[in-house]
Design a protein around this ligand. Structure first.
Ligand SMILES: Cc1ncc(COP(=O)(O)O)c(C=O)c1O
Length: 353
């Protein structure tokens, strides 16, 4: 939700004449790092490029494998492909929709360099278990926190466990239109991300390595600074809306929130047995309630991954939940009557069975 504060902030940038990466980007990075409880944050053009730079900064590339989840937006896995490395998919816990740590160790090979847990829908992964496996095997942890701004696991923020990557795409819990951020406590990683973001240069026009133009503009950062001030308020409304839904919905499987996790409900995702899911989707559509299926096809089953990259692995839990998930509206713009209408429509459907 964009308000007068964001509009004024953009006008101020336009008046300043400093449109490209400048002082607002630096201020946004400092404020975002503070919010996540990390020493550094490096802004980029998107969540995808944040993931890509994080992987590259850790030296991941050709010949390496990165363990991740198939139950995510394609960008998580594609960012691994961009570096020349290969994503290795590990099945999910069907209750939390996040990577099942018990299955990670079996997927480790001599080529494994990193684990990329995805904090899906606003819920963190089981980070104690993941960090234990990572340190036992000397692996890097790169958190895909693109959907989990200010989500918490045991009092610690998403993006502060390893190297974090966030997206500020328009539908995220906070936005800059398009944009991304890397978070880290490691000065060398932050430094390498900054160099890679700017065509491999530390000193203007002296290029030390192959880099990219992944710079954020001051216009985006100005919006981000205002959005960040409102993030807690946005998340609180999402959490309030989710609580109302969970207290009142019947006949469907509600989202699971393990103890000591703070879910920030980027999505409020229920499960409904396969055939009934599509009927409920149609029913809600008829009632004018916007729903989403995130994600109908798991990454390892996408045609490009199957046909071009030869993936044929079977991951039964993620494949099963893909046919059952349905995300209901939970955004901060919902009013009491909207929430009631969602509950009535879902319950009416459940009772009609
Ligand atoms: C889990 C996940 N990873 C990565 C991305 C990529 O972020 P962006 O769209 O900003 O490139 C997204 C955004 O949609 C996402 O949801």
């Amino acid at each position: 939700m964009i308000g007068p504060e964001e509009k004024q902030a953009v006008l101020n940038v336009l008046d300043s004449g400093m449109l490209a990466q400048g002082p607002r980007v630096e201020a946004f990075e400092a404020a975002f790092a503070e919010k996540c409880g990390t020493k550094y944050a490096v802004a980029t053009t998107s969540g995808t490029t944040a993931l890509q730079l994080a992987l590259l900064a850790h030296g991941i590339g050709e010949g390496h494998e990165v363990i991740t989840t198939p139950f995510t937006f394609i960008a998580s896995a594609n960012s691994i492909l961009y570096t020349g490395a290969r994503p290795v998919f590990v099945d999910v816990d069907p209750n939390t929709f996040t990577i099942d740590p018990e299955k990670i160790e079996r997927a480790i090979t001599p080529a494994t360099r990193a684990i990329m847990p995805v904090h899906l829908f606003g819920l963190c992964c089981d980070m104690d278990a993941i960090q234990t496996i990572a340190s036992k095997h000397g692996l890097v942890v790169i958190e895909d926190a693109c959907q989990s701004h200010a989500a918490e696991y045991k009092g610690k923020k998403a993006g502060s466990f390893g190297t974090g990557a966030f997206s500020f795409y328009a539908t995220k819990n906070m936005t800059t239109g398009e944009g991304g951020m890397i978070t880290t406590d490691d000065e060398a990683i932050a430094d390498q991300c900054r160099i890679l973001r700017q065509h491999g240069m530390r000193v203007r026009y002296y290029h030390e390595q192959l880099g990219y133009n992944f710079r954020m503009t001051d216009i985006q950062a100005a919006i981000g600074l205002e959005q960040l001030k409102k993030l807690d308020q946005f998340n609180d409304s999402r959490i309030r809306n989710a609580r109302f839904l969970s207290e009142n919905l019947c006949g469907v499987t509600l989202p699971t929130v393990p103890n000591a996790y703070k879910h920030v409900y980027h999505q409020y995702t229920i499960r409904v047995a396969n055939k009934r899911r599509d009927a409920l989707l149609a029913h809600l559509h008829d009632k004018g309630i916007g729903t989403g299926i995130f994600y109908p096809v798991q990454v390892h089953q996408q045609s490009f991954y199957r046909k071009e990259l030869g993936y044929s692995v079977s991951l039964p839990q993620s494949e099963k939940v893909a046919g059952e998930v349905l995300s209901l509206p939970v955004h901060p713009g919902l009013g009491d009557s909207d929430l009631l209408a969602i509950v009535q429509a879902v319950n009416e459907f459940a009772q009609s069975l």
